[in-house]
Design a binder for this molecule. Structure first.
Ligand code: SAH
Ligand code: SF4
Length: 437
Protein backbone atom coordinates (compact mmCIF):
# COMPACT_ATOMS: atom_id res chain seq x y z
CA UNK A 1 0.00 0.00 0.00
CA UNK A 2 1.21 3.46 -0.80
CA UNK A 3 1.37 6.00 1.96
CA UNK A 4 -0.66 9.00 0.90
CA UNK A 5 -0.10 12.18 2.82
CA UNK A 6 -2.76 14.69 2.05
CA UNK A 7 -1.20 18.04 2.66
CA UNK A 8 -3.99 20.02 1.07
CA UNK A 9 -7.15 19.28 -0.81
CA UNK A 10 -6.90 19.49 -4.55
CA UNK A 11 -8.04 22.66 -6.19
CA UNK A 12 -10.69 21.38 -8.57
CA UNK A 13 -10.57 24.30 -10.97
CA UNK A 14 -10.97 22.95 -14.44
CA UNK A 15 -8.44 23.90 -17.04
CA UNK A 16 -9.55 25.27 -20.40
CA UNK A 17 -10.16 22.60 -23.00
CA UNK A 18 -7.36 22.82 -25.54
CA UNK A 19 -8.12 19.80 -27.69
CA UNK A 20 -11.36 18.15 -28.59
CA UNK A 21 -11.83 14.45 -29.15
CA UNK A 22 -12.84 15.31 -32.70
CA UNK A 23 -9.57 17.13 -33.30
CA UNK A 24 -7.67 14.22 -31.86
CA UNK A 25 -9.60 11.75 -34.04
CA UNK A 26 -8.95 13.90 -37.08
CA UNK A 27 -5.28 13.35 -36.39
CA UNK A 28 -4.19 16.82 -35.32
CA UNK A 29 -0.70 16.51 -34.01
CA UNK A 30 -0.67 19.36 -31.59
CA UNK A 31 -3.07 20.94 -29.18
CA UNK A 32 -3.45 24.65 -28.93
CA UNK A 33 -1.16 25.81 -26.21
CA UNK A 34 -1.28 28.76 -23.88
CA UNK A 35 2.42 29.07 -23.45
CA UNK A 36 4.65 31.26 -21.38
CA UNK A 37 1.98 32.74 -19.18
CA UNK A 38 4.15 32.73 -16.09
CA UNK A 39 6.43 35.56 -15.09
CA UNK A 40 10.20 35.83 -15.19
CA UNK A 41 11.89 37.75 -12.39
CA UNK A 42 10.04 37.78 -9.12
CA UNK A 43 7.63 40.68 -8.72
CA UNK A 44 7.11 42.19 -5.25
CA UNK A 45 6.16 39.59 -2.66
CA UNK A 46 7.07 36.75 -4.96
CA UNK A 47 9.38 33.90 -4.12
CA UNK A 48 13.03 33.96 -5.10
CA UNK A 49 13.12 30.17 -5.29
CA UNK A 50 14.32 28.85 -8.64
CA UNK A 51 15.50 32.19 -10.04
CA UNK A 52 18.59 32.49 -12.22
CA UNK A 53 21.52 34.72 -11.26
CA UNK A 54 20.24 37.45 -13.60
CA UNK A 55 16.76 37.27 -12.16
CA UNK A 56 18.14 37.48 -8.61
CA UNK A 57 20.18 40.49 -9.67
CA UNK A 58 17.05 42.20 -11.00
CA UNK A 59 15.20 41.36 -7.81
CA UNK A 60 17.97 42.91 -5.71
CA UNK A 61 18.15 45.98 -7.92
CA UNK A 62 14.43 46.44 -7.54
CA UNK A 63 14.77 46.89 -3.78
CA UNK A 64 17.55 49.43 -4.12
CA UNK A 65 20.71 47.34 -3.68
CA UNK A 66 23.42 49.50 -5.30
CA UNK A 67 24.96 48.32 -8.55
CA UNK A 68 28.45 47.88 -7.02
CA UNK A 69 27.13 45.42 -4.42
CA UNK A 70 25.00 43.33 -6.75
CA UNK A 71 27.52 40.66 -7.67
CA UNK A 72 28.43 39.94 -4.08
CA UNK A 73 24.80 39.96 -2.90
CA UNK A 74 23.74 37.59 -5.66
CA UNK A 75 26.56 35.23 -4.67
CA UNK A 76 25.44 35.34 -1.03
CA UNK A 77 21.80 34.72 -1.87
CA UNK A 78 22.81 31.94 -4.27
CA UNK A 79 24.75 30.16 -1.56
CA UNK A 80 21.92 30.38 0.95
CA UNK A 81 19.19 29.38 -1.46
CA UNK A 82 20.89 26.70 -3.54
CA UNK A 83 23.68 25.38 -1.37
CA UNK A 84 22.14 25.58 2.10
CA UNK A 85 18.46 25.30 1.21
CA UNK A 86 17.57 28.34 3.34
CA UNK A 87 13.89 28.79 4.07
CA UNK A 88 14.00 32.33 5.45
CA UNK A 89 16.11 35.44 5.13
CA UNK A 90 16.78 35.64 8.88
CA UNK A 91 19.27 32.78 8.71
CA UNK A 92 21.39 34.60 6.11
CA UNK A 93 23.67 35.93 8.82
CA UNK A 94 26.45 37.17 6.55
CA UNK A 95 24.08 39.81 5.20
CA UNK A 96 23.31 42.95 7.16
CA UNK A 97 20.09 43.12 9.20
CA UNK A 98 18.80 45.99 7.12
CA UNK A 99 19.17 44.14 3.85
CA UNK A 100 17.57 41.01 5.30
CA UNK A 101 14.62 43.08 6.45
CA UNK A 102 14.30 44.66 3.00
CA UNK A 103 14.40 41.25 1.33
CA UNK A 104 11.82 39.84 3.71
CA UNK A 105 9.54 42.82 3.09
CA UNK A 106 9.69 42.40 -0.68
CA UNK A 107 10.16 38.68 -1.27
CA UNK A 108 9.77 35.22 0.15
CA UNK A 109 11.62 31.93 -0.11
CA UNK A 110 8.34 30.05 -0.39
CA UNK A 111 8.31 26.76 -2.24
CA UNK A 112 5.42 25.86 -4.49
CA UNK A 113 2.67 24.08 -2.61
CA UNK A 114 2.98 20.33 -2.18
CA UNK A 115 -0.60 19.17 -2.61
CA UNK A 116 0.21 15.55 -1.90
CA UNK A 117 3.17 13.31 -1.39
CA UNK A 118 2.91 9.60 -2.04
CA UNK A 119 5.59 7.18 -0.92
CA UNK A 120 5.75 3.80 -2.61
CA UNK A 121 6.78 0.76 -0.66
CA UNK A 122 9.91 0.67 -2.87
CA UNK A 123 10.87 4.16 -1.72
CA UNK A 124 9.78 5.97 -4.88
CA UNK A 125 8.15 9.28 -4.00
CA UNK A 126 5.71 11.24 -6.08
CA UNK A 127 4.71 14.80 -5.37
CA UNK A 128 1.79 16.68 -6.79
CA UNK A 129 2.97 20.28 -6.82
CA UNK A 130 0.82 23.35 -7.35
CA UNK A 131 2.57 26.36 -8.82
CA UNK A 132 1.49 29.81 -7.62
CA UNK A 133 -1.15 31.53 -9.68
CA UNK A 134 0.25 33.68 -12.47
CA UNK A 135 -2.77 35.95 -12.83
CA UNK A 136 -6.48 36.27 -12.21
CA UNK A 137 -7.35 33.54 -14.70
CA UNK A 138 -4.78 31.05 -13.45
CA UNK A 139 -5.70 29.04 -10.37
CA UNK A 140 -2.25 27.49 -10.15
CA UNK A 141 -0.98 24.78 -12.45
CA UNK A 142 -0.40 21.32 -11.03
CA UNK A 143 2.46 19.12 -12.05
CA UNK A 144 3.99 15.89 -10.86
CA UNK A 145 7.52 15.08 -9.95
CA UNK A 146 8.94 11.65 -9.04
CA UNK A 147 11.99 10.61 -6.99
CA UNK A 148 13.50 7.18 -7.53
CA UNK A 149 16.17 6.20 -5.00
CA UNK A 150 18.60 3.39 -5.76
CA UNK A 151 21.67 2.13 -3.96
CA UNK A 152 24.12 4.23 -5.95
CA UNK A 153 22.05 7.14 -7.19
CA UNK A 154 18.87 9.11 -6.67
CA UNK A 155 17.00 10.18 -9.76
CA UNK A 156 14.49 12.99 -9.95
CA UNK A 157 12.07 12.98 -12.86
CA UNK A 158 10.91 16.54 -13.53
CA UNK A 159 8.22 18.07 -15.70
CA UNK A 160 8.85 20.83 -18.23
CA UNK A 161 5.27 21.69 -19.15
CA UNK A 162 1.83 21.36 -17.64
CA UNK A 163 0.41 18.68 -19.88
CA UNK A 164 1.86 18.30 -23.37
CA UNK A 165 0.85 19.78 -26.72
CA UNK A 166 1.78 16.53 -28.44
CA UNK A 167 -0.55 13.57 -28.53
CA UNK A 168 1.47 10.36 -28.54
CA UNK A 169 -1.16 7.67 -28.64
CA UNK A 170 0.24 5.55 -25.77
CA UNK A 171 0.93 8.42 -23.35
CA UNK A 172 -1.38 9.52 -20.58
CA UNK A 173 0.12 12.99 -20.35
CA UNK A 174 -0.80 13.48 -24.01
CA UNK A 175 -4.47 13.38 -23.05
CA UNK A 176 -4.18 16.21 -20.54
CA UNK A 177 -5.97 19.41 -21.36
CA UNK A 178 -4.17 22.29 -19.70
CA UNK A 179 -0.98 23.15 -21.49
CA UNK A 180 1.49 25.80 -20.56
CA UNK A 181 5.22 25.99 -20.30
CA UNK A 182 6.78 25.94 -16.87
CA UNK A 183 9.18 28.78 -16.15
CA UNK A 184 12.78 27.90 -15.40
CA UNK A 185 12.07 28.81 -11.77
CA UNK A 186 9.18 26.35 -11.67
CA UNK A 187 11.41 23.62 -13.08
CA UNK A 188 14.16 24.29 -10.53
CA UNK A 189 11.57 24.47 -7.74
CA UNK A 190 10.78 20.79 -8.31
CA UNK A 191 14.32 19.93 -7.27
CA UNK A 192 14.09 22.20 -4.22
CA UNK A 193 10.80 20.59 -3.15
CA UNK A 194 12.33 17.12 -3.54
CA UNK A 195 15.44 18.03 -1.56
CA UNK A 196 13.30 19.58 1.20
CA UNK A 197 11.21 16.46 1.40
CA UNK A 198 14.06 13.96 1.58
CA UNK A 199 16.24 16.11 3.82
CA UNK A 200 18.92 16.61 1.18
CA UNK A 201 20.55 19.81 2.51
CA UNK A 202 23.76 20.21 4.52
CA UNK A 203 22.01 20.63 7.87
CA UNK A 204 18.97 18.46 7.21
CA UNK A 205 18.28 14.79 7.91
CA UNK A 206 16.10 12.48 5.84
CA UNK A 207 12.70 11.63 7.27
CA UNK A 208 12.64 8.46 9.34
CA UNK A 209 12.53 5.32 7.21
CA UNK A 210 13.19 7.21 3.98
CA UNK A 211 14.94 5.32 1.21
CA UNK A 212 17.94 7.25 -0.01
CA UNK A 213 21.10 6.11 -1.79
CA UNK A 214 23.38 4.44 0.75
CA UNK A 215 26.73 4.77 -0.96
CA UNK A 216 27.40 8.08 0.72
CA UNK A 217 26.62 9.99 -2.49
CA UNK A 218 24.04 12.67 -3.17
CA UNK A 219 20.40 11.87 -2.51
CA UNK A 220 19.44 13.54 -5.79
CA UNK A 221 22.34 12.77 -8.12
CA UNK A 222 20.52 12.55 -11.46
CA UNK A 223 17.77 14.50 -13.18
CA UNK A 224 15.66 13.25 -16.05
CA UNK A 225 13.28 15.48 -18.00
CA UNK A 226 10.79 12.65 -18.39
CA UNK A 227 7.82 13.97 -16.48
CA UNK A 228 5.07 15.91 -18.16
CA UNK A 229 5.70 17.81 -21.32
CA UNK A 230 8.04 18.06 -24.26
CA UNK A 231 11.19 19.77 -22.95
CA UNK A 232 12.34 20.96 -26.37
CA UNK A 233 9.11 22.94 -26.81
CA UNK A 234 10.19 24.90 -23.75
CA UNK A 235 13.86 24.87 -24.50
CA UNK A 236 14.80 28.37 -23.26
CA UNK A 237 13.45 27.74 -19.77
CA UNK A 238 14.73 24.16 -19.73
CA UNK A 239 18.26 25.39 -20.52
CA UNK A 240 18.02 28.17 -17.92
CA UNK A 241 16.84 25.63 -15.32
CA UNK A 242 19.71 23.28 -16.20
CA UNK A 243 22.15 26.17 -15.75
CA UNK A 244 20.81 26.75 -12.23
CA UNK A 245 20.74 23.06 -11.34
CA UNK A 246 24.29 22.43 -12.51
CA UNK A 247 25.86 25.60 -11.08
CA UNK A 248 28.98 24.64 -9.12
CA UNK A 249 28.27 27.15 -6.30
CA UNK A 250 24.80 25.88 -5.60
CA UNK A 251 22.91 22.75 -6.57
CA UNK A 252 26.00 21.33 -8.34
CA UNK A 253 24.42 18.58 -10.40
CA UNK A 254 26.69 17.23 -13.10
CA UNK A 255 25.42 17.95 -16.61
CA UNK A 256 26.37 14.38 -17.46
CA UNK A 257 23.81 13.26 -14.95
CA UNK A 258 21.03 15.32 -16.48
CA UNK A 259 19.10 13.65 -19.30
CA UNK A 260 16.62 15.48 -21.50
CA UNK A 261 14.11 13.24 -23.27
CA UNK A 262 12.48 14.38 -26.49
CA UNK A 263 9.87 12.90 -28.76
CA UNK A 264 11.93 14.29 -31.65
CA UNK A 265 11.83 18.08 -31.93
CA UNK A 266 14.61 17.95 -34.49
CA UNK A 267 15.27 21.71 -34.94
CA UNK A 268 16.04 22.20 -31.24
CA UNK A 269 18.33 19.24 -30.65
CA UNK A 270 21.51 21.00 -31.74
CA UNK A 271 20.80 23.91 -29.42
CA UNK A 272 20.21 21.60 -26.48
CA UNK A 273 23.55 19.89 -27.00
CA UNK A 274 25.46 23.09 -27.64
CA UNK A 275 23.98 25.16 -24.80
CA UNK A 276 22.93 22.69 -22.13
CA UNK A 277 25.50 19.99 -22.83
CA UNK A 278 23.33 17.34 -21.23
CA UNK A 279 22.66 13.73 -22.07
CA UNK A 280 19.94 13.15 -24.64
CA UNK A 281 17.19 10.54 -24.75
CA UNK A 282 15.00 9.98 -27.79
CA UNK A 283 11.51 8.54 -27.59
CA UNK A 284 11.82 6.39 -30.69
CA UNK A 285 9.21 3.67 -30.09
CA UNK A 286 8.90 2.62 -33.75
CA UNK A 287 11.30 1.81 -36.55
CA UNK A 288 9.01 2.50 -39.51
CA UNK A 289 7.63 5.96 -40.32
CA UNK A 290 4.12 4.66 -40.89
CA UNK A 291 3.89 3.30 -37.36
CA UNK A 292 5.82 6.14 -35.74
CA UNK A 293 3.46 8.64 -37.39
CA UNK A 294 0.73 7.02 -35.35
CA UNK A 295 2.53 6.44 -32.06
CA UNK A 296 4.57 9.64 -31.93
CA UNK A 297 2.73 12.05 -34.26
CA UNK A 298 5.53 14.62 -34.34
CA UNK A 299 7.09 12.07 -36.71
CA UNK A 300 4.83 13.51 -39.41
CA UNK A 301 6.85 16.72 -39.14
CA UNK A 302 10.29 15.21 -38.56
CA UNK A 303 10.60 11.64 -39.74
CA UNK A 304 12.91 8.89 -38.52
CA UNK A 305 15.66 9.76 -40.97
CA UNK A 306 15.69 13.44 -39.99
CA UNK A 307 15.63 12.44 -36.33
CA UNK A 308 18.54 10.04 -36.59
CA UNK A 309 20.55 12.54 -38.67
CA UNK A 310 20.05 15.09 -35.88
CA UNK A 311 21.21 12.44 -33.39
CA UNK A 312 24.39 11.82 -35.37
CA UNK A 313 25.05 15.57 -35.27
CA UNK A 314 24.32 15.91 -31.53
CA UNK A 315 27.15 17.99 -29.99
CA UNK A 316 29.44 16.04 -27.71
CA UNK A 317 28.27 12.62 -28.87
CA UNK A 318 30.84 9.88 -28.20
CA UNK A 319 31.03 6.34 -26.89
CA UNK A 320 31.33 7.82 -23.42
CA UNK A 321 28.31 10.05 -24.03
CA UNK A 322 25.73 7.94 -25.77
CA UNK A 323 22.21 8.82 -26.73
CA UNK A 324 19.53 6.75 -25.01
CA UNK A 325 16.81 5.45 -27.29
CA UNK A 326 13.58 4.74 -25.49
CA UNK A 327 11.38 2.05 -26.91
CA UNK A 328 8.02 1.27 -25.34
CA UNK A 329 6.98 -2.37 -25.72
CA UNK A 330 3.47 -2.52 -27.19
CA UNK A 331 1.98 -5.96 -27.68
CA UNK A 332 1.60 -6.87 -31.34
CA UNK A 333 2.38 -3.31 -32.42
CA UNK A 334 6.14 -2.73 -32.40
CA UNK A 335 7.57 -5.78 -30.64
CA UNK A 336 8.42 -8.31 -33.37
CA UNK A 337 11.84 -9.82 -34.08
CA UNK A 338 11.88 -7.87 -37.33
CA UNK A 339 11.31 -4.63 -35.39
CA UNK A 340 14.24 -5.47 -33.10
CA UNK A 341 16.52 -6.20 -36.05
CA UNK A 342 15.48 -2.99 -37.80
CA UNK A 343 16.13 -1.04 -34.60
CA UNK A 344 19.67 -2.34 -34.49
CA UNK A 345 20.16 -1.56 -38.18
CA UNK A 346 18.85 2.01 -37.82
CA UNK A 347 21.09 2.84 -34.89
CA UNK A 348 24.25 1.54 -36.51
CA UNK A 349 27.02 4.10 -36.17
CA UNK A 350 25.29 6.14 -33.47
CA UNK A 351 26.78 5.76 -29.98
CA UNK A 352 23.59 4.55 -28.34
CA UNK A 353 21.96 2.88 -25.38
CA UNK A 354 18.59 1.25 -25.81
CA UNK A 355 16.00 1.33 -23.08
CA UNK A 356 13.10 -1.03 -23.45
CA UNK A 357 10.13 0.28 -21.49
CA UNK A 358 7.30 -2.10 -20.68
CA UNK A 359 4.14 -0.18 -21.59
CA UNK A 360 2.45 1.28 -18.53
CA UNK A 361 -1.27 0.97 -19.04
CA UNK A 362 -3.63 3.72 -18.00
CA UNK A 363 -7.42 3.70 -17.95
CA UNK A 364 -8.69 4.14 -21.49
CA UNK A 365 -5.38 3.30 -23.19
CA UNK A 366 -5.77 1.18 -26.30
CA UNK A 367 -2.53 -0.76 -26.00
CA UNK A 368 -1.29 -3.68 -23.98
CA UNK A 369 2.21 -4.32 -22.73
CA UNK A 370 4.12 -6.99 -24.64
CA UNK A 371 4.37 -10.38 -22.94
CA UNK A 372 7.45 -10.89 -20.86
CA UNK A 373 8.83 -13.61 -23.18
CA UNK A 374 8.46 -11.23 -26.14
CA UNK A 375 10.32 -8.47 -24.31
CA UNK A 376 13.07 -10.94 -23.45
CA UNK A 377 13.33 -12.12 -27.03
CA UNK A 378 13.42 -8.52 -28.33
CA UNK A 379 16.02 -7.62 -25.77
CA UNK A 380 18.09 -10.68 -26.71
CA UNK A 381 18.31 -9.54 -30.35
CA UNK A 382 19.30 -6.06 -29.27
CA UNK A 383 21.79 -7.47 -26.77
CA UNK A 384 23.45 -9.68 -29.36
CA UNK A 385 23.97 -6.59 -31.48
CA UNK A 386 26.00 -5.13 -28.62
CA UNK A 387 23.50 -3.08 -26.60
CA UNK A 388 22.85 -3.72 -22.93
CA UNK A 389 19.15 -2.91 -23.49
CA UNK A 390 18.09 -2.88 -19.87
CA UNK A 391 14.44 -3.45 -19.19
CA UNK A 392 13.74 -1.34 -16.18
CA UNK A 393 12.59 -2.91 -12.96
CA UNK A 394 9.23 -1.73 -11.69
CA UNK A 395 9.39 1.43 -9.60
CA UNK A 396 6.56 3.19 -7.90
CA UNK A 397 4.00 0.77 -9.30
CA UNK A 398 1.67 1.29 -6.37
CA UNK A 399 1.57 5.07 -6.77
CA UNK A 400 1.24 5.35 -10.56
CA UNK A 401 4.59 7.06 -10.81
CA UNK A 402 5.93 5.46 -13.95
CA UNK A 403 6.58 6.86 -17.42
CA UNK A 404 3.60 8.17 -19.24
CA UNK A 405 1.33 7.77 -16.27
CA UNK A 406 1.73 11.27 -14.96
CA UNK A 407 -1.39 13.32 -15.17
CA UNK A 408 -2.22 15.78 -12.45
CA UNK A 409 -5.73 14.88 -11.51
CA UNK A 410 -5.16 13.97 -7.94
CA UNK A 411 -8.47 12.48 -6.97
CA UNK A 412 -8.77 10.39 -10.08
CA UNK A 413 -5.17 9.36 -9.75
CA UNK A 414 -5.65 8.08 -6.26
CA UNK A 415 -8.64 5.99 -7.31
CA UNK A 416 -6.77 4.71 -10.36
CA UNK A 417 -3.64 3.94 -8.40
CA UNK A 418 -5.69 1.90 -5.95
CA UNK A 419 -7.46 0.10 -8.78
CA UNK A 420 -4.28 -0.70 -10.65
CA UNK A 421 -2.52 -1.86 -7.52
CA UNK A 422 -5.49 -4.09 -6.69
CA UNK A 423 -5.45 -5.60 -10.15
CA UNK A 424 -1.73 -6.14 -9.93
CA UNK A 425 -1.06 -3.99 -12.99
CA UNK A 426 2.57 -3.05 -12.82
CA UNK A 427 4.40 -0.02 -14.00
CA UNK A 428 8.03 0.10 -14.80
CA UNK A 429 10.28 3.13 -14.85
CA UNK A 430 13.05 4.08 -17.16
CA UNK A 431 14.49 6.77 -15.02
CA UNK A 432 17.89 5.49 -14.04
CA UNK A 433 19.80 7.30 -16.73
CA UNK A 434 22.88 9.43 -16.98
CA UNK A 435 26.47 8.86 -16.03
CA UNK A 436 27.37 5.82 -14.01
CA UNK A 437 25.33 3.21 -15.82
N1 SAH B 1 7.92 14.36 -23.87
C1 SAH B 1 9.17 13.76 -23.71
C2 SAH B 1 9.52 13.44 -22.25
C3 SAH B 1 8.46 12.86 -21.35
S1 SAH B 1 7.91 11.23 -21.61
C4 SAH B 1 9.28 12.52 -24.55
O1 SAH B 1 8.28 12.09 -25.08
O2 SAH B 1 10.39 12.02 -24.71
C5 SAH B 1 9.13 10.13 -20.93
C6 SAH B 1 9.16 8.76 -21.63
O3 SAH B 1 8.03 7.94 -21.24
C7 SAH B 1 9.07 8.87 -23.14
O4 SAH B 1 9.97 7.98 -23.77
C8 SAH B 1 7.66 8.45 -23.39
O5 SAH B 1 7.48 8.05 -24.71
C9 SAH B 1 7.47 7.36 -22.40
N2 SAH B 1 6.06 6.99 -22.16
C10 SAH B 1 4.98 7.76 -22.31
N3 SAH B 1 3.86 7.07 -22.00
C11 SAH B 1 4.24 5.82 -21.64
C12 SAH B 1 3.55 4.68 -21.18
N4 SAH B 1 2.23 4.68 -21.02
N5 SAH B 1 4.27 3.57 -20.89
C13 SAH B 1 5.63 3.59 -20.99
N6 SAH B 1 6.33 4.66 -21.39
C14 SAH B 1 5.65 5.77 -21.72
FE1 SF4 C 1 4.16 14.49 -24.79
FE2 SF4 C 1 6.27 12.85 -24.43
FE3 SF4 C 1 3.76 12.05 -23.79
FE4 SF4 C 1 4.45 12.33 -26.36
S1 SF4 C 1 5.33 10.84 -24.86
S2 SF4 C 1 2.53 13.08 -25.40
S3 SF4 C 1 5.82 14.08 -26.25
S4 SF4 C 1 4.91 13.71 -22.82
Amino acid sequence: MATVLDIAKRNPNAAPVAVSDAARAAGFIEKKAELNVAAGAAPGGASLIGLTRDQLKDSLSAIGVPERELKMRVAQLWHWIYFRGAKNFAEMTNMGKELRAKLAAAYTLARPQVVSEQVSKDGTRKWLIRMPSTGPLDKGAEIECVYIPEVDRGTLCVSSQVGCTLTCSFCHTGTQRLVRNLTSAEIVAQLIVARDSIGDWPDATPPEGAFVPNDGGRFVSNIVFMGMGEPLYNIGDVIAAIDVMSDGEGLTLSRRRITVSTSGVVPQMERLGAQANTMLAISLHAVRDELRDELVPINRKYDIKQLLDACRAYPGLSNARRITFEYVMLKGVNDSDADARELVRLLKGIPAKINLIPFNPWPGSKYECSDWERIERFSEIVYRAGYASPVRTPRGRDILAACGQLKSETEKLRARARMMAEQGIGAEGVYALGDGE
